[in-house]
Each structure stands twice: as structure tokens, then as C-alpha cells.
Design a protein around this ligand. Structure first.
Ligand SMILES: Cc1cc2nc3c(=O)[nH]c(=O)nc-3n(C[C@H](O)[C@H](O)[C@H](O)COP(=O)(O)OP(=O)(O)OC[C@H]3O[C@@H](n4cnc5c(N)ncnc54)[C@H](O)[C@@H]3O)c2cc1C
Length: 481
């Protein structure tokens, strides 16, 4: 763990201003705030648990006066190192800001930055509403963190991602000024849209303290089915066919044969007896009874002509049994290597088949296991490069494979990240995605809003060599989910 430049006078001033209960400097608190789910760690000098907007404003004013880096933290579930305080300084933990207020008639929810996505969904559901962005980490990750990363999930293809549900934001500019972007209305056309600039800015352009989120009516009917295919290419082709038939599944989850085999070994169950280890598509339809009935017919006809085998869940518990394979596969992959590069690339539909070929060539060239699953409704695929950390040849092969994956995805017209963001881990690839002029424009925005480089410095634009940094050996509650 690295400790960069220290600011003892600034930290003393902060403790004097906010008090020792708000600003902790003990090793236990600093240690907890030093890493996220990437397990890349940098020790901060202090961790602040602000009680109010006044606390936050005072902290930012001091940070600017003494030039102390400030990294905001939701719950630290980020997989890219974006919440790790790479330049030390102070961490601001907003995990305690959990307030939620529902406006049932308007279909809106006002949430403080530290509320978890599960708590937002639960409050919405109790009133017959639905908040669709659903990262698998939803029991833990926060409203602020998911907005800062523009998080997605399995429902992205039909319902979109976090950005599509943020109506208004409130929070602080890096200099400590309080701002509100937008109003709790569905239309807003008054001035530059800085709300959208904050979404996906990974805590580098402002601190979000609260958000107004849009809800949609909860779909009354759900229908779940699972289809097995002869090959990955056959599954990809079938997805294209499904969308050509104008079916819009709420979820269209793909698992390649390697992911399926891991899950089957972990559960000891095969969903299609005699067809173990076949690529799968898990399809979920959602909507009104009429809508689901019509789409169900189309999916059944599609499966008859395209799939090697097909099963429909007749109850919620049967649906859960089909889901088990998807839920288990990620953790089960650790039988293939003790370490995983979990990438979240995005492909345009027209490149699905070329992507299947790219994956095969990556496997051949690297000699590594690369189980892959993902959300084919929006082309967001999780490519898991498995390797053993103690084996230098495997580490080199994994490094090479991830670079080749990223360049291949960009060549196919895709994106190096669909939901996790850049943080530290993906900084070497930003230049593959963006032209120099585009990166310069982003840096100019950062400079305009944060001239002293206070908020989350060292991220996104500076190349971080993740392989040269040891990872912490810690177990987090959400590991292997
Ligand atoms: C098991 C697991 C499953 C996951 N599944 C998914 C998935 O399906 N889809 C998906 O999109 N992601 C997924 N993730 C990644 C992760 O959960 C998301 O990136 C999430 O958005 C991070 O939320 P957090 O509250 O933990 O934020 P943190 O990790 O604490 O912070 C993430 C970034 O947001 C910034 N930030 C946090 N709070 C604020 C704030 N209030 N104001 C400004 N900036 C802020 C931080 O500075 C940092 O840059 C998964 C992670 C794990 C561990």
C-alpha cells in the first residue's frame, strides 16, 4: 500500500473544523477507505463522514486552500480502482447519506447519495413502481456511486442505464460551491446540461449529495425461458434473429460454454440433461399480460427454429432455478485461475459474430481460459480473463490478451467499458477509444471545473500500470457474486 504526499497541517485544520468524530485519522478507518473492489490500495490521510452540506462545503474549501486530493466514496464496489485514493489526501465517505423520499403520484424518488440501489428499488416496488438500473452489486452500491459510474445491469437493452433515470442532481463543485442541476420535472431546457456531465464522471467533476430519479410502472407480468445452442456463434446469430422479429426482452443474458460448465460443476446440476456445457440464452419478458403473451409466442417460435433445447419456467421458483446458472457462473470461474480480469466491453449488434471469432482467437493465442457472459440486449459483454497470479507467464499472457481484447473491440466499433468506467484499471486503453482531441476536450472540462485538480486526481487520463501494484488479499462481502 502506498502513501503519497502528506498534508499534516491541512488534516489538523480539517479535524479542528469538523471534529474528530467526523474526521477520522486512525489506521482502521483509513485502511477501510484505501481500496475498492479492484483491491488496489492507497492509504488516505483521513476519512471524513460529513453530517451535513456545511461539513462538505467546509472540507472542500480547506482542500482547495491546502491543495489536498479528495476522493468520494459510496460503498467501494467499483471494479476499476476509481474509488481508491491514488494520490492519498482525504476520502469523503457518503455511505451514511441514506435518505429516500418517494413521490408516488409523479413516479419520482428523491434519494441521498449513500442510499443503496436495492433500497431505492424496494421503496419503488412497494408503491407499484420500478427503478430498472440493476447492477449485480445493487445490495451494496449507492445512488452516488452508480451515477458517478453510469452503472448498468441486465435490463439495459430494454430499459436503459442509470443516465436514463436521473432527472436532477444536487451536490458540490470541486471549489465547495453548492449546485443543483435540473429540477424534479421531466422537461428542463434552461442552460447547459451539466447534470449529464456529472453522470459517469467518476467523482472527478463534482460531489453528488442527492438525486431525483425517474421511475416506471412495475411490469405486472414476467416470463422466463432458457435456450441452449450448439455453439456461441449460433447463440449470437439467434439473438440477431430475435431482435429482427421485433422482440424486446427485458433481459437477454448470454453464457458461453465455459461459463456454463463452471456453473454446472459448482451446482452439480445440468439444466438440459444430455446437453451439458452448451452456450445459453436466458430470456425474460416483462410487461402487460397482452404484451408478454404476444412476445411469448414469437420467442417460442424462434426457439423452435433456432435453439438446440428450450425450457420455459412455469413458476417464479422454476425461474429462480434457471437463474441459478447465471448467478453461480461468476464465482465458479475461480476454478480456472485465482485471478480474473473482469472486462465489460460493449459491441454493436452488427459485430456480434466477429466478436465471437475475436474471443476464440484470444483463447488460442493466450492459452488462458476466458469464460464470457453478458447482456446481449445492449451488447455489454463480461469477458473474464482467468490466470494464476503466481505464474509470470500467465500474467504476461493475460496482460497481452486484455490489450488485444480492447483494441479488437474498438476496431469492431465497440466500447472498452459499458458500465464499470475507467478508474485506474482501464487508463492504458482510453487512448484506443478516444482521439487525442477528444481526450484534450475532456481534460479541459476537468480543468475548468476543478482548476486545482482536487477531486479524484490521478484517474482516467494518467496511465496507471495496474500490474506493477500488489492487490490486497481481502475478502469483501460481495466477492464472487
Ligand atoms: C459483485 C459486483 C457486481 C457488479 N455488477 C455490476 C453491474 O452489473 N453493473 C455495473 O454497472 N456495475 C457493476 N459493478 C461495479 C460497481 O458496483 C459499480 O461501479 C457501482 O456503480 C459503484 O458504486 P459504489 O457506491 O460502490 O461506488 P464506489 O465504488 O464507492 O465509487 C465508484 C466511483 O464513483 C465515485 N463516487 C461515489 N460516490 C460519489 C458521489 N456521491 N459523488 C461523486 N462521485 C462519487 C467514486 O469517487 C468512484 O470514482 C459490480 C461490482 C461488484 C463488486
Amino acid at each position: 500500500m502506498t502513501l503519497t504526499k502528506i498534508h499534516p497541517a491541512a488534516t489538523r485544520a480539517l479535524r479542528r473544523s469538523l471534529g474528530p468524530r467526523v474526521v477520522r485519522t486512525d489506521l482502521a478507518a483509513r485502511d477501510q477507505a484505501s481500496f475498492d473492489s479492484s483491491k488496489i490500495a492507497f492509504l488516505p490521510e483521513a476519512v471524513a463522514f460529513p453530517r451535513s452540506r456545511e461539513d462538505l462545503a467546509a472540507l472542500l474549501v480547506l482542500a482547495n486552500r491546502f491543495r489536498v486530493p479528495v476522493t468520494v466514496r459510496g460503498r467501494g464496489t467499483s471494479l476499476t480502482g476509481s474509488a481508491a485514493p491514488v494520490r492519498g489526501g482525504w476520502v469523503v465517505d457518503l455511505g451514511g447519506w441514506k435518505g429516500i423520499r418517494l413521490e408516488p403520484e409523479a413516479g419520482l424518488i428523491h434519494a441521498q447519495a449513500g442510499a443503496t440501489i436495492a433500497s431505492v428499488q424496494k421503496a419503488a416496488d412497494a408503491a407499484g413502481w420500478f427503478y430498472p438500473p440493476d447492477p449485480s452489486s445493487k445490495e451494496y452500491c449507492t445512488v452516488g456511486g452508480t451515477i458517478a459510474c453510469n452503472a448498468g445491469g441486465m435490463h439495459g437493452g430494454k430499459y436503459g442505464v442509470t443516465r436514463d433515470y436521473v432527472l436532477a442532481l444536487e451536490g458540490f463543485l470541486p471549489n465547495g460551491d453548492y449546485v443543483e442541476w435540473g429540477t424534479p420535472t421531466k422537461k428542463f431546457s434552461a442552460g447547459f446540461n451539466l447534470r449529464d456531465l456529472w453522470i459517469g464522471s467518476e467523482g472527478m467533476l463534482g460531489i453528488i449529495t442527492g438525486a431525483t430519479l425517474k421511475l416506471i410502472p412495475r411490469p405486472p407480468v414476467r416470463w422466463t425461458a432458457l435456450a441452449a445452442f450448439r455453439s456461441e456463434a449460433a447463440a449470437f446469430r439467434a439473438v440477431l434473429e430475435l431482435f429482427r422479429a421485433r422482440v424486446q426482452p427485458a433481459i437477454c443474458e448470454f453464457l458461453d460454454r465455459y461459463s456454463v460448465l463452471c456453473a454446472e460443476r459448482a451446482t452439480g446440476a445440468t439444466l438440459f440433461p444430455g446437453l451439458s456445457g452448451r452456450p445459453l440464452l436466458l430470456i425474460e419478458l416483462a410487461g402487460s399480460a397482452g404484451e408478454v403473451r404476444e412476445q411469448k409466442r414469437a420467442v417460442t417460435a424462434w426457439a423452435r427454429s433456432r435453439a438446440a433445447a428450450f425450457r420455459v419456467a412455469r413458476s417464479r421458483s422454476e425461474a429462480e432455478a434457471l437463474w441459478a446458472v447465471r448467478r453461480k457462473c461468476s464465482g465458479a470461474m475461480f476454478e480456472l485461475g485465482d485471478s480474473k480480469l473482469n472486462e465489460d466491453v460493449v459491441l454493436p449488434m452488427r459485430s456480434y459474430l466477429a466478436f465471437a471469432r475475436l474471443l476464440e482467437s484470444l483463447r488460442r493465442e493466450s492459452g488462458l481460459s476466458i469464460p464470457t457472459f453478458g447482456h446481449l440486449g445492449d451488447g455489454n459483454v463480461h469477458v473474464n480473463i482467468m490466470y494464476h497470479r503466481s505464474d509470470p507467464a500467465q500474467c504476461r499472457a493475460a496482460q497481452k490478451a486484455v490489450k488485444r481484447l480492447m483494441s479488437g473491440v474498438v476496431e469492431l466499433g465497440g466500447a472498452i467499458s459499458g458500465e464499470h468506467g475507467i478508474g485506474l484499471a482501464k487508463t492504458p486503453f482510453l487512448r484506443m477509444q478516444h482521439r487525442p482531441a477528444q481526450i484534450r476536450a475532456m481534460q479541459q472540462v476537468k480543468k475548468a471545473l476543478d482548476p486545482r485538480g482536487i477531486l479524484n486526481p490521478g484517474k482516467m487520463f494518467e496511465v496507471f500500470r495496474v500490474w506493477e501494484h500488489p492487490r490486497l488479499e481481502v475478502h469483501l462481502p460481495w466477492d464472487h457474486k
